[in-house]
Design a binder for this molecule. Structure first.
Ligand code: P6P
Length: 334
């Protein structure tokens, strides 16, 4: 019978690995977990309280904002704004940085988040998620600024996501492996269910929106043709699994092995709120994440809503994609 470990206990155990830790980071994560429990409760009853349906609001990307998006955004803001450990926040749903409320205690950390990724799936009851990324403040003044948000992904202190599906899970890393916790609604506790997650070096699943095939670059086209071939050394072709909810597609591939692709040229997914946090999780689980040209965590952030191509998952699959991409890009450039 495995031991029962709550996420709070796990975070405290992680804190003990850092002798200089003050407990601030632990309290920050604890506040975020409270927000996720509240969001989970609303997501799980969304179909019942008519919270569904589109608002007349549109976010910075021209996408219709579902009411649960707003609820998730506000819940995180209310839970985190007064936690006393942040100097600034930034959200996929907010055009500019989110200052800490006037009079609130400022801290040393930066929180960036996608409050409810995959929200277009809310109405059809597919899994959706909250993605988070935590950096340390790098500027001198008490109030954080955009510079504190525009840091390379390799500098993240912690990253992870909450997935609201058949059960609600939290998956996170502080740089010491990836750990998964499943919410027991009767207790209101996240219990350790997936200790030290490692993703298989190669999978049999590829996740891509085939509807965009005519827009793919040559390397992506060649790679997708390759994984569909019935190659003797590999056995039967890969299977296509695509939910259209990044957290759900990423989480399945993390556990089972596989590759998720949202290729360029510009890409759709955001560097700060989606690519960087999931790339940290992927690498900590033994996987990898690339734009095709370079490691996601090395991409230079230049704006809050910068988009990047994202190819992420099992390291051998991602490496194989990079070979196809670079060969074809080289060929195309000749
Ligand atoms: P497409 C959801 O809107 C999202 O941001 C991600 O969760 C998902 O992976 C992607 O967009 C799906 O995009 O263009 O395939 O519908």
């Amino acid at each position: 019978m495995s031991k029962i470990t709550t996420v709070q206990q796990h975070i405290l155990d992680e804190e003990r690995l850092h002798p200089t830790a003050t407990g601030d980071f632990t309290q920050l994560l604890t506040s975020l977990i409270v927000a996720a429990k509240i969001i989970s409760r609303e997501v799980n009853k969304a179909g019942l309280v008519k919270i569904l349906g589109e608002t007349d609001n549109v976010n910075v990307h021209g996408e219709v904002v579902m009411k649960l998006d707003e609820f998730a955004q506000q819940t995180i803001y209310r839970a985190m704004g007064d936690c006393g450990h942040l100097c600034v926040m930034a959200s996929e749903e907010s055009e500019n940085i989110i200052p800490i409320p006037d009079g609130g205690k400022r801290g040393r950390y930066v929180l960036m988040f996608d409050p409810l990724d995959g929200s277009s799936n809310i109405d059809v009851n597919a899994s959706i998620g909250t993605i988070f990324s935590i950096h340390r403040k790098v500027t001198d003044q008490e109030d954080g600024c955009e510079v504190d948000c525009l840091q390379h992904g390799w500098k993240q202190l912690a990253a992870g996501y909450f997935i609201y599906g058949s059960s609600t899970m939290m998956v996170y890393t502080t740089g010491n492996g990836v750990h998964g916790f499943t919410l027991d609604p009767s207790l209101g506790e996240f219990l350790l269910s997936h200790e030290r997650i490692t993703t298989p070096p190669r999978g049999r699943i590829y996740s891509i929106n085939e509807g965009n095939a005519t827009k793919w670059d040559l390397g992506t086209r060649r790679y997708i043709e390759h994984v569909k071939e019935d190659r003797k050394e590999r056995g039967h072709p890969y299977s296509l699994r695509y939910i259209g909810s990044l957290v759900a597609d990423f989480h399945r591939n993390l556990l089972k092995g596989g590759i998720f692709l949202y290729p360029g040229p510009k890409g759709k997914l955001r560097l700060l709120y989606e690519a960087n946090p999931l790339a940290m999780v992927a690498e900590q689980a033994g996987g990898s994440a690339t734009t095709g040209n370079m490691r996601i965590l090395d991409v230079e952030p230049t704006s809050l809503h910068q988009r990047v191509p994202l190819i992420i998952g099992s390291r051998e699959d991602v490496a194989e994609y990079e070979r196809f991409y670079k060969e074809s890009t080289g060929a195309a450039a000749d």
